[in-house]
Design a protein around this ligand. Structure first.
Ligand SMILES: NC(=O)c1ccc[n+]([C@@H]2O[C@H](COP(=O)([O-])OP(=O)(O)OC[C@H]3O[C@@H](n4cnc5c(N)ncnc54)[C@H](O)[C@@H]3O)[C@@H](O)[C@H]2O)c1
Length: 354
């Protein structure tokens, strides 16, 4: 993957996978309507299917329609939430695609958070061996993280992201207008991935300022450009996670296990909330006490509730972690940022405690 360049007005960034994937992806920042030339090109595709969830259908689709009035589309809506991120939902979407007789000259638009993006992208990338698709992320988490980097998939047997593919959208549109209707706890969930990227490549940004109220879209936009640039630089070097990209799993080995363990209880927590707690536990296991790590622990403890993990048994979490895709041999590995930015520290763990 290579970043082809960034326009001087910093409104778009182009990413290209090398030999491993054929697509090029352009990330457009700012109002949807300000990228009208791209939309004209997209509107010239044959049929268009928009995938939403029950919330983005209500809050985000009208914004898209107002911004791009010429867009003609069919739509399919899935129930909101992680519970939808499973193969049964894909079958429903594939059936809709088959019913509409979609082909490779048609277009799929994913309008939603990480669930719509991961699942809808997986459906598009696998139907008839791949339809072109566009992502319009509508949560902070999906703008800052999941819409960048081509990982798509669904959960299986209660385990996160067990089935999936790497495939790039043709375009990603990051427009902070959608954040206006996003509930506060979802903003906080997305902020966990912003913190993770800061820990990896923008340590000077780890401060209370990240959580200060953003008064306008320009402030959000700047934050999103800075944070996605960290991820794009890493994915560019290692698109299919052979090495360096594992850095982006900081907090996720423990975090995914927490998210999975709580998923079907009366107190499920969001992906970002689980990752935030996961980052603190992983820093403690690896005994990283640099200034940035101390500041990060403090921020997370101030802003995220740790009580949901009080009743979790570390042994149960270790069992979930046995299924982690990053496991090598019999060892469960944690991926942590080392002293220098952009260098990976892999720490084996046998025992989990907090
Ligand atoms: N592919 C990747 O690289 C990657 C990276 C990180 C996370 N993920 C995945 O992303 C998922 C989490 O993403 P998420 O936090 O966006 O969850 P989500 O898609 O479930 O969205 C969270 C909630 O916000 C609602 N929502 C979305 N946009 C809204 C808006 N503008 N206004 C009001 N409500 C809105 C949704 O309906 C949902 O209820 C997880 O499945 C995780 O595994 C993937």
């Amino acid at each position: 993957m290579k970043i082809l360049g960034q326009k001087s007005n910093r409104t778009s960034m182009q990413i290209q996978f090398g030999k491993s994937l054929r697509n090029t992806s352009t990330i457009h920042f700012g109002h949807l309507a300000s990228h009208i030339d791209t939309w004209k090109h997209l509107c010239a595709f044959g049929k268009c299917l928009i995938i939403t969830d029950s919330n983005t259908d209500q809050f985000c689709k009208p914004i898209l329609q107002r911004a791009i009035p010429d867009l003609r589309f069919h739509s399919v809506t899935i129930p909101a939430g992680e519970q939808s991120k499973q193969i049964d939902t894909c079958v429903r979407i594939w059936n809709t695609m088959a019913h509409l007789q979609l082909g490779r000259n048609d277009l799929v638009i994913l309008l939603g958070g990480g669930v719509v993006g991961d699942l809808g992208g997986f459906c598009a990338a696998t139907f008839k061996r791949g339809l072109p698709f566009v992502m319009i992320p509508t949560t902070l988490l999906s703008m800052a993280d999941s819409s960048i980097g081509a990982k798509l998939g669904v959960d299986l047997q209660g385990l996160k992201n067990m089935v999936g593919v790497f495939a790039l959208p043709t375009d990603v549109f990051i427009d902070p207008v959608f954040l206006q209707t996003l509930p506060e706890h979802e903003l906080k969930s997305g902020m966990a991935e912003v913190l993770k990227h800061a820990a990896i490549g923008r340590r000077q940004a780890i401060s209370e300022q990240l959580f200060s109220t953003k008064t306008n879209e320009a402030e959000w936009l700047q934050l999103l450009i800075d944070t996605t640039a960290v991820k794009a630089r890493i994915v560019k070097k290692d698109p299919t996670e052979k090495g360096l990209r594992k850095l982006l799993n900081f907090g996720h080995t423990v975090g995914h296990a927490i998210e999975t363990a709580l998923m079907h209880t009366s107190t499920p927590i969001s992906h970002g909330h689980a990752i935030a707690i996961g980052m603190v536990i992983e820093l403690d296991i690896a005994q990283i006490h640099s200034n940035w790590a101390i500041e990060l622990r403090k921020l997370i403890r101030n802003h995220y509730d740790f009580s949901p993990i009080n009743n979790l048994d570390p042994k149960t979490l270790l069992t979930f972690m046995q299924n982690d895709k990053k496991k090598t041999g019999n060892e469960i590995m944690l991926s942590l940022p080392a002293q220098r930015s952009f260098s990976l520290l892999e720490v084996p763990i046998q025992e989990l405690k907090w």
